[in-house]
Design a protein around this ligand. Structure first.
Ligand code: NI
Length: 187
């Protein structure tokens, strides 16, 4: 198990477009396991490889489907492509790379996403609601796009000071990332 440090706003890697995965082997499976471990440790509902500094088109989502969070939609998406978007939804969004900032974002309500599983098999998934939102957020990460860039110019202006502070390495009060440890198994 490896919990990796999540890169924070201002880290240039978050602005980069991730590359297609072409090799479906042990290192991809390890990356997916690490993303799942890291997402769980940070209590996230999604995490893109970009956020741990790996520029490969891989993301995981783990979204509660009911109020108690007992029923969940959990997917590892390799090379995801959103093929179809319909209708729209607006809801509050946050990001593990932008701690302390939560804002309403408008996205498609329904999507059809095509991706590959960790063996390289093609999968087509129809998603709506929260799952649809999480997948769109993670695919944005793989394109170097953060949710704050989906806000109006006025809203972004309003958040400027908080974002600049994050970029300077000033984390919000009470921010406590989980203890991280690398591949070696050190704790
Ligand atoms: Ni995010």
């Amino acid at each position: 198990m490896a919990i990796l440090p999540v890169r924070i706003y201002g880290d240039p890697v978050l602005k980069k477009r991730a590359a297609e995965v072409t090799v479906f082997g042990e290192s991809l499976r390890r990356l997916i396991a690490d993303l799942r471990d890291t997402m769980g440790a940070y209590h996230g509902v999604g995490l893109a490889a970009t956020q741990v500094g790996v520029l490969e088109r891989v993301a995981v989502v783990d979204v509660p489907l009911d109020e108690e969070g007992t029923k969940r939609a959990s997917h590892a998406l390799v090379n995801p492509v959103i093929e179809h978007r319909a209708s729209s939804q607006t809801a509050e969004e946050g990001c593990l790379s932008i701690p302390g900032i939560f804002e309403d974002v408008t996205r498609a309500e329904q999507i059809r996403v095509r991706y590959q599983d960790e063996q390289g098999h093609g999968v087509t998934l129809d998603a709506d609601g929260y799952l649809s939102r999480a997948i769109q957020h993670e695919v944005d990460h793989l394109d170097g796009v953060l949710f704050v860039e989906r806000l109006s110019a006025l809203k972004r202006q309003f958040l400027r000071r908080a974002l600049d502070a994050l970029a300077r390495g000033e984390l919000p009060e009470g921010y406590a990332p989980p203890l991280t440890h690398g591949q070696g198994g050190a704790s």
